[in-house]
Design a protein around this ligand. Structure first.
Ligand code: PLP
Length: 340
């Protein structure tokens, strides 16, 4: 028999709804949302639209669908979007924009801090010429690998984009982590963007869902795409109620996840075979010699600890709602025994 999983640090998507959240979901007032008749979904959409300084919101089953609806709403077939080479929208969404929208990505190497350097962006914009795809959109991601983007950079990049006539989209899957860590309001973090995608099923701990916020016209267009993609849900107020509960109870507590990530990074710093590369908000990245990766995987598995190993350049550990202080201390102790 394999060891049961005791500590799951792979991602903040693994959280299970709390009892209080399940109760809120059970009580939800619902209707058919494709007819625009689910009051709980509407409440969630308008609450987030307002908090982020936009006219409208749209509840979707996943962050991937939210980003895709935004890309499809901003870009036509043959348009191009500027995106980070390591960005979720480019690298981890199965090439949806290209497959379903005939939208060409123009990947730009992310700097260490997650920014797409302005000089690289300037060079990547294509002139209006029959040889080129039409550069149409800039997308950024905040937080990026747990890092909060530098607000001065965001302001410079979005102003530049606007001056070029480009639309701007923010993949804010973990935007509330950015807000809690930096003290910026959601509206300040959204400043300069035409649309923002917000995940409810990551650190906020809801079981399902993201919301795309933006101007009424863009969201209306995105709604048609959502329907086409199969994301029109019916009594989805059950899900939205979980998200509303999360907004009421799980935002401020993200600070605990950040403190636990810092504690984990500090503890791992003493493990001999491990190099802590970075720790930001709720994420810790560690480097292990390539030849030792399989050994680390087996070592952790035997101790009931799970981490993201193998598809990122380094090992990723993520703190979340289901990781308490004991889980952190246990993990530090297990890592310390690796190769000791
Ligand atoms: C998780 C994530 C998404 C996509 O969310 P899903 O709900 O898993 O589809 C998008 N962007 C970023 C940065 C993410 O971390």
């Amino acid at each position: 028999m394999s060891t049961p999983v005791l500590v799951d640090l792979r991602s903040d998507t693994v959280t299970r709804p709390t009892l209080a959240m399940r109760e809120a979901m059970a009580r939800a007032d619902v209707g058919d949302d494709v007819y625009g008749e689910d009051p709980t979904v509407k409440q969630l959409e308008s609450r987030l639209a307002q908090a982020f300084g936009f006219e409208k919101g749209m509840f979707v089953p996943s962050g991937t669908q939210s980003n895709l609806c935004a890309l499809l709403a901003h870009c036509q077939r043959g348009d191009e979007y500027l995106v980070g080479m390591e960005a979720h929208t480019y690298k981890y969404e199965a090439g949806g924009a290209a497959v379903l929208g005939s939208i060409q990505p123009q990947p730009i190497a992310n700097a260490e801090d997650g920014s797409l350097p302005l000089a690289a962006l300037v060079k990547a914009v294509k002139p209006d010429d029959v040889h080129f795809a039409r550069t149409r959109l800039l997308t950024l991601e905040n937080t990026w690998h747990g890092r909060v983007l530098d607000p001065e950079y965001v302001s410079a990049a979005t102003s530049w984009a606007r001056a070029q006539g480009l639309a701007t989209h923010l993949d804010g899957a973990r935007i509330f982590n950015a807000a809690v860590a930096s003290g910026q309001t959601p509206a300040a973090l959204a400043e300069g963007f035409d649309t923002v995608s917000i995940c409810l099923s990551k650190g906020l701990g809801a079981p399902v869902g993201s919301v795309l916020v933006g101007p009424a016209q863009v969201i209306a267009c995105a709604r048609r795409w959502r329907k086409m993609l199969g994301g029109g849900m019916r009594q989805s107020g059950v899900l939205a109620a979980g998200a509303l509960h999360a907004l009421d109870h799980h935002v401020d507590r993200l600070a605990e996840d950040h403190a636990r990530a810092a504690r984990l990074a500090k503890g791992l710093g003493r493990a001999r075979a491990i190099e802590v590369r970075a720790c930001h908000t709720n994420m810790v990245f560690i480097d292990v010699p390539l030849a030792r990766l399989d050994a680390l995987r087996r070592h952790l598995e035997a101790a009931g600890i799970r981490a993201s190993i193998g598809y990122l350049p380094s090992v990723r550990l993520v703190t979340h709602l289901d990781i308490d202080d004991d889980a952190i201390e246990r993990s530090i102790e297990v890592f310390a025994r690796f190769d000791a």
